[in-house]
Unconditional design. Structure first.
Length: 118
């Protein structure tokens, strides 16, 4: 998908940058970042595409290095519980996305590409 600089793209760009900064600098995200670094030692950049709160856990959908999508399920109350981690190729993830979801993914991939080339 080609980015055109729309207001929707700008909105997602701002949100993704905020989540990215939070992931790498906010103390409350330290556990998630540690899990990502342990599971994916080659991770150079990551963009959180979504957070789904469930009954006792949170499920994070994360773009890792423009390589794949990771789903990480963290227990909110039992920090010692092993996180559940699944990965999906970007092509497979993109297949079920709405137009808005595709825009968000395209913006995240653009941001990740810029991070990887720095």
């Amino acid at each position: 998908m080609k980015l055109i600089g729309s207001m929707t793209e700008q909105y997602y760009r701002e949100q993704l940058i905020k989540f990215n900064s939070s992931l790498f600098h906010d103390h409350s995200m330290k556990r998630l970042l540690g899990i990502i670094q342990q599971a994916f030692p080659g991770m150079k950049t990551a963009y959180i595409l979504g957070i789904t709160p469930d009954q006792g856990e949170d499920i994070y959908t994360i773009l890792i290095n423009n390589d794949f999508i990771a789903y990480i399920e963290l227990d909110r109350y039992h920090l010692e519980t092993e996180p559940m981690i699944e990965t999906k190729p970007i092509k497979a993830y993109k297949r079920g996305l709405s137009r808005i979801g595709q825009i968000q993914l395209a913006v995240a991939m653009d941001l990740a590409e810029k991070n990887l080339n720095e």
